[in-house]
Design a protein around this ligand. Structure first.
Ligand SMILES: C[S@@+](CC[C@H](N)C(=O)[O-])C[C@H]1O[C@@H](n2cnc3c(N)ncnc32)[C@H](O)[C@@H]1O
Ligand SMILES: *[C@@H]1O[C@H](CO)[C@@H](O)[C@H](O)[C@H]1NC(C)=O
Ligand SMILES: *[C@@H]1O[C@H](CO)[C@@H](O)[C@H](O)[C@H]1NC(C)=O
Ligand SMILES: CC(=O)N[C@H]1CO[C@H](CO)[C@@H](O)[C@@H]1O
Length: 737
């Protein structure tokens, strides 16, 4: 850390547990005549003179000093049980010298108490003048907390928003099917998450829990990111919960929710920033917040997938818990977070931490039982265990003492600014502060404005530039004996079961969703469903009445079924391969779906089958009695989950663009691409063979399952003019190489 080396104290040598105080600098800073220096700070009793003016410029190249990985084995449940020490409740902090030099500790406490006498406004004004970072506010984010997260992400080489493998390759690329999952707890109003979503766009999904009330999430204030990708869940009771992380029921409920919605793998990282006002008891902050700290660590151990990361405010008992652990000794963080704030960043969660998680869960229950009594949990890890790990112990002491020095300096500086309103920080033009946004965090220096709203028609034209407007009115070609004959190569096609009319869906953000049937060019109507989509989204869909259960207990719900995608939250995917578009649609649906909101209309992607696998569709067809159909069983298709719907037909989509086609090589026993014009053939997908959206849409076939079309064995009537299941299957059979 650059400035701690320069920081001096009159006490000089011997200061700090390791005697790293610098005497020469202390003496230099005692000279009179330097502006702003030599003030006797009332409340400091002249005991501590601090040169706050030698603060170095922040640098973009900060080094992260990781704590050495702990090599001791993780203790088992039996041993952990012995660890907890319950004793008399302790409400003093002055004697907490196991991990910090006493003099430094007392100086911090003294500096902090000086401010007890200042009123809030006076303090804020002085703080702003003393620290140019105070002016940063949130740039275009909803608060300054977002900038702290941006800072941390940058310092750690984007290991949160762009995690990399051991060889430095991105672990989750944007074109991959997997989303970046994250959690944000004790997180209202949500600046951290806004930053993550701003950087990651819709390729991420966040889960959040925070206290309900005035500090709840302010999702409507996420101007720079799409809050549709963030799902608050307040513990037991879901959206009706209270969000209190210290309640065991809430921890369990949030854990189950997150695991259920991440394929039981957990999130890639968790952020926790819990805090509450300790007004009047500033010096007891660490004691008063210890349960909150414990619960935040517990939450990380509960939902972070192994091998991943989590940053959180510092506490001291993580040893043996988190595996690799580090503390950022980083000036910028302090600049940005003002004073009194510090984060722990942990990376690479170890396997086999179940006992530790259960231990902390039990400690938390004990803390709840002992609330408002004069007994308390005073230790969760015995002192000798911590001290026996010399590297870890040294690391913590160093870190604490450096932090104390920075705090003393920051507090003294503010104090000086309070006393002398003419003092001002010298910010030069070449100061990186001016380049901070772009240079440091790679965030453009833009003003914060609410996203402009636009009417659906002009948004539509903006999004579809390059595609002929006529494309949208194309109707599918009916499948009959002659159009079926035109299918020469079955490998070129995919199919999907239809449940109603095809429409276009345009998302302008939140519940601003419009539909258009493709007929009249400017007839966008507001979608009459309860759902949310991120802005700049254009989809080809069906609104299908899904049914659950049979008979009287049957429930009906309108669901959005995606047939194809054009633009996803500003991401134009029209020219990608159909399979890729469907894969992105699946990912998009995962990112925007709200499992905590059964009151919302679901969004799903159609199940896509290869034409040669059409038989798999018929297996899913049944005759079922449907409410309101007079007791007569009707054809019904059951999708991946237990919902079913009345199918109206089958779409057959050509996904290979002319003059390319697919063929099968008997010699190589694999498929290949063949160019009918040039006779060229290749195993690798040629980019010209990719059928963009408009080609797929234009060339699609529709096999209507109307009256007289026999697709299920129990259907009696077969119109000889129409294609039956047998006709189509035998055609496919005949054309299968
Ligand atoms: C400093 S703010 C978090 C700011 C946030 N990181 C952001 O970027 O906007 C601290 C938050 O912790 C929450 N909090 C405090 N105690 C809590 C508790 N017991 N359970 C859940 N949240 C809590 C507060 O309500 C507040 O929203
Ligand atoms: C099949 O459909 C096409 C296109 O709509 C039509 O031109 C043709 O006459 C139909 N053929 C038969 C045999 O129904
Ligand atoms: C492609 O192959 C066919 C059949 O072997 C042949 O008739 C045709 O001339 C070839 N076309 C080209 C462009 O080589
Ligand atoms: C949402 C919810 O059920 N929250 C619970 C959290 O825990 C407290 C204390 O047990 C309950 O009162 C809340 O109902």
């Amino acid at each position: 850390i650059q400035n701690s080396a320069k920081m001096g104290f009159r006490e000089g040598e011997g200061l700090g547990k390791y005697g790293q105080g610098r005497k020469d600098i202390v003496e230099a800073s005692n000279q009179k005549g330097r502006r702003g220096f030599g003030l006797t700070l009332k409340g400091f009793d002249g005991e501590l003179n601090i040169d706050w003016q030698d603060e170095p410029e922040p640098s973009a190249y900060e080094e992260v000093d990781w704590c050495l990985e702990c090599t001791t084995e993780i203790p088992d449940a039996q041993e952990l049980k012995e660890w907890m020490t319950v004793g008399k409740r302790k409400m003093v902090i002055e004697d907490e010298t196991e991990f910090c030099n006493e003099e430094l500790l007392l100086n911090v406490l003294r500096c902090k108490s000086v401010f007890d006498e200042l009123d809030g406004e006076e303090m804020r004004r002085a703080r702003t003048r003393s620290n140019p970072y105070e002016m940063i506010r949130g740039v275009f984010f909803l608060n300054r907390a977002a900038m702290k997260m941006a800072n941390m992400d940058h310092v750690f080489d984007y290991m949160f928003t762009n995690p990399k493998d051991f060889q430095g390759r991105p672990l989750i690329k944007e074109r991959d099917a997997e989303l970046l999952y994250f959690a944000d707890v004790c997180a209202g109003p949500g600046g951290f998450s806004e930053y993550v979503l701003w950087r990651r766009k819709w390729h991420a999904k966040g889960f959040g829990m925070t206290l309900k009330g005035p500090n709840d999430f302010k999702l409507e204030d996420f101007y720079s990111a799409s809050s549709e990708l963030f799902e608050p869940y307040y513990g037991e009771g879901g959206i009706d919960g209270d969000g209190d992380i210290t309640r065991p029921e809430n921890i369990t409920a949030f854990r189950n929710f997150v695991l259920d919605n991440t394929d039981h793998k957990g999130v890639h990282f968790l952020m926790a920033d819990g805090g509450f006002s300790v007004e009047g008891q500033e010096n007891l902050q660490e004691i008063l917040s210890k349960q909150l700290m414990l619960c935040q660590f517990l939450m990380a151990l509960s939902i972070v997938r192994t091998g991943m990361f989590y940053p959180s405010i510092l506490f001291l008992f993580f040893k043996s818990v988190a595996g690799k652990l580090m503390v950022s000794k980083n000036l910028n963080l302090n600049c940005l977070s003002g004073i009194l704030c510090r984060y722990v960043v942990c990376k690479g969660l170890k396997l086999g931490i179940d006992d530790v998680r259960e231990y902390l869960f039990m400690v938390n229950i004990r803390l709840n039982q002992l609330r408002n009594s004069d007994v308390d949990v005073n230790l969760v890890v015995p002192l000798n265990v911590i001290k026996d790990d010399q590297d870890f112990y040294d690391y913590i002491v160093q870190s604490n003492e450096n932090h104390c020095k920075i705090q003393i300096k920051a507090l003294a500086k503010i104090r000086a600014f309070v006393q002398d309103t003419k003092v001002c920080v010298n910010v030069q033009m070449n100061n990186p502060y001016y380049q901070l946004f772009e240079f440091f965090f790679q965030i453009p220096d833009q003003a914060r404005v609410a996203p402009s709203s636009s009417d659906p028609k002009s948004k539509f034209f903006e999004l579809i530039q390059g595609t002929d407007i006529d494309t949208f009115s194309y109707k599918p070609t009916p499948l009959n004996s002659s159009t079926l004959e035109k299918i020469r190569q079955v490998f070129d096609y995919r199919c999907m079961v239809s449940g109603s009319e095809q429409k276009f869906l345009l998302g302008l953000g939140k519940s601003q969703i419009y539909t258009w049937d493709g007929r009249q060019s400017d007839r966008w109507t507001k979608l009459d469903l309860k759902t949310e989509l991120p802005r700049d989204t254009l989809l080809s869909v069906e609104i299908v009445h899904e049914l659950k259960g049979e008979g009287k207990a049957q429930r009906k719900i309108s669901a959005i079924h995606i047939l194809d995608v054009l633009v996803l939250n500003g991401n134009d995917v029209r020219n990608q391969h159909f399979n890729q578009r469907i894969q992105l649609a699946e990912k998009f649906v995962k990112a925007v779906s709200k499992p905590s909101r059964p009151d919302m209309n679901p969004i799903r992607v159609k199940e896509v089958y290869r034409l040669e696998e059409m038989e798999k569709i018929f297996v899913r067809l049944e005759m079922k009695v449907i409410k309101g159909s007079g007791g007569i069983p009707r054809l019904s298709y059951t999708g991946r989950d237990d919902r079913h719907f009345v199918p109206t037909g089958l779409y057959i989509v050509r996904t290979v663009n002319d003059p390319w086609t697919m063929a099968y090589s008997k010699n190589f026993k694999r498929k290949f691409f063949f160019n009918k014009m040039t006779n060229e053939s290749t195993f690798d997908l040629p980019s010209e063979s990719i059928a963009p959206f408009h080609v797929c849409h234009y060339s699609r076939l529709f096999w209507e399952w109307g009256d007289g079309v026999k697709v299920h064995d129990s259907q009696k009537r077969q119109d000889p003019e129409k294609l039956s299941k047998e006709n189509v299957l035998s055609f496919i059979q005949a054309h299968y190489p």
